[in-house]
Design a protein around this ligand. Structure first.
Ligand SMILES: *Cc1c(COP(=O)(O)O)cnc(C)c1O
Length: 431
């Protein structure tokens, strides 16, 4: 399988090169030259397959011969080594819980897969790869954890001091080994600007093999298809496929779901749920795509003003606005509605959502009210404990830490404080 650049000004490459490059040299996103179609009996008999087998079946056509089958099998099985339960909230709505991984967010899946692929690809290199990431919280933890202990790869995470939640900070700063956390005395935008400049800097390019673990990387994007198939395994009413609602920021997660649908996964309809950053809902309504500065909301992992993966969704629908609208609905939910939904779902169904999941729940509920007889699920993209302020305020209850993070609480935070300047980052990287 070859991947071409959506900017069409760079050569097509295989999965290995697409993973190592991240972005094409012409700054375009990589896109598969064709979308594989899965066998009918795989879809119909999905309940007979294990999680690992499903992952392998879905990803193998994309990886091609760049990773041998037995290695890919190991990578796939390590990637999905936790649960993906589909839990009923009420008669119509279920929650696909994607927060049972090591950092309690769906990004664990993409990060674990990508890190292992990259680890495989750099085997035997005499130069180490340095993965450089700026994070506002969720991405960094998943990436750091995914790459933790992977040979040949060093990870440097930049995060804004005092601006990530306590659990997120522990996830970033307690790993050690090949993971270094730089605590930047500034905002997330500073971290992002520092990383951007690093990738453009000739001295650093010469001294280090730098790569990003950005969400546009094909090795992070493609494995996100897996759990849509796990949901289909658990879906009771196979004659009536689900409406799938995805809380969206950069639109990588929902784009993977749409790709799975193109490969044969039964789906009634997709809903992209956004917060006040409603660029895509506006686009679907008006036909005009207008990127703008992101505004801060309660569901801050979705505070994106120019969703990077949306161009891939357009490509899947061959740039045809009508066919896109035929399969994708989008809705924007306010912070006030998010809080109300968190509280009412907890009160009425004893189910605790996180702010991102709450955005998804309400968008789905609104859609189903207009489309009687259908049922669906939302992707619960993070555990509520990652966003304790919003959740505890609304429910009036302290959230219990899941066992998987209890262990973090006693660990010592290790970070290196740096000024919010590129010079400070460069000095650290060259030291
Ligand atoms: C990253 C993230 C999202 C948004 O996912 P995209 O793939 O960028 O659309 C939603 N919820 C949580 C908790 C996230 O961390």
């Amino acid at each position: 399988m070859q991947f071409y650049s959506l900017n069409k000004q760079a050569p097509a490459v295989d999965f290995r090169t697409a993973t190592i490059n991240g972005q094409a040299p012409d700054k375009g996103l990589y896109f598969p030259e064709h979308i594989p179609f899965l066998r009918n009996d795989f879809i119909n008999e999905i309940n007979y397959y294990s999680k690992e087998e499903i992952a392998l079946e879905v990803i193998a056509p994309y990886v091609g011969n760049t990773i041998p089958r037995n290695e890919l099998q190991r990578i796939a099985s390590e990637t999905v080594a936790f649960d993906f339960p589909l839990v009923n909230i009420n008669e119509q709505i279920s929650s696909l819980e994607l927060f049972h991984g090591p950092t309690l967010a769906f990004k664990d899946v993409g990060a674990r897969f990508m890190s292992r692929c990259l680890g495989y690809f750099v085997q035997g290199n005499n130069q180490k790869v340095t993965v450089l990431v700026a994070t506002s919280g969720d991405t960094g933890g998943a990436v750091a954890n995914g790459f933790y202990g992977v040979d040949g790869v060093d990870v440097v995470i930049l995060y804004p001091s005092g601006k990530v939640s306590p659990i997120q900070e522990l996830q970033l700063t307690t790993l050690g080994k090949n993971v270094t956390a730089l605590e930047v005395d500034g905002r997330f935008d500073d971290c992002q600007a520092m990383v951007k400049q690093a990738f453009a800097d000739a001295d650093l390019q010469k001294a280090l093999f730098l790569t990003s673990a950005n969400s546009i990387n094909v090795a992070r994007w493609l494995p996100q298809q897996f759990y849509y198939f796990y949901a289909w395994q658990q879906w009771q009413d196979k004659d009536n496929p689900p409406v799938i609602c995805v809380p969206s920021g950069n639109f990588g997660n929902i784009c993977a779901g749409i790709l799975a649908y193109q490969s044969g996964l039964p789906v009634q309809h997709f809903i992209a749920a956004t917060n006040a950053n409603d660029i895509v809902p506006q686009y679907l309504q008006s036909g005009t795509y207008a990127a703008r500065e992101a505004v801060a909301t309660l569901s801050n992992a979705m505070d994106v003003g120019n969703p990077s993966n949306f161009v891939r969704i357009l490509e899947i629908f061959k740039q045809e606005f009508a066919s896109l609208k035929g399969k994708l609905h989008a809705a924007s939910i306010t912070d006030a509605q998010t809080k109300e939904t968190l509280a009412s779902v907890y009160r009425e169904h004893q189910y605790l959502l996180d702010p991102h999941g709450a955005v998804g729940f309400l968008a789905l509920e609104q859609y189903l009210a207009q489309n009687q007889g259908q049922k669906g699920y939302l992707l619960e993209t993070a555990h509520p404990v990652k966003f304790p302020d919003a959740v505890e305020e609304v429910t009036g209850q302290k959230i219990k830490y899941p066992e998987s993070v209890q262990g973090l609480l006693g660990l010592e935070k290790k970070s290196i404080k740096v000024a919010p300047t590129f010079a400070a980052l460069k000095e650290y990287l060259l030291s």
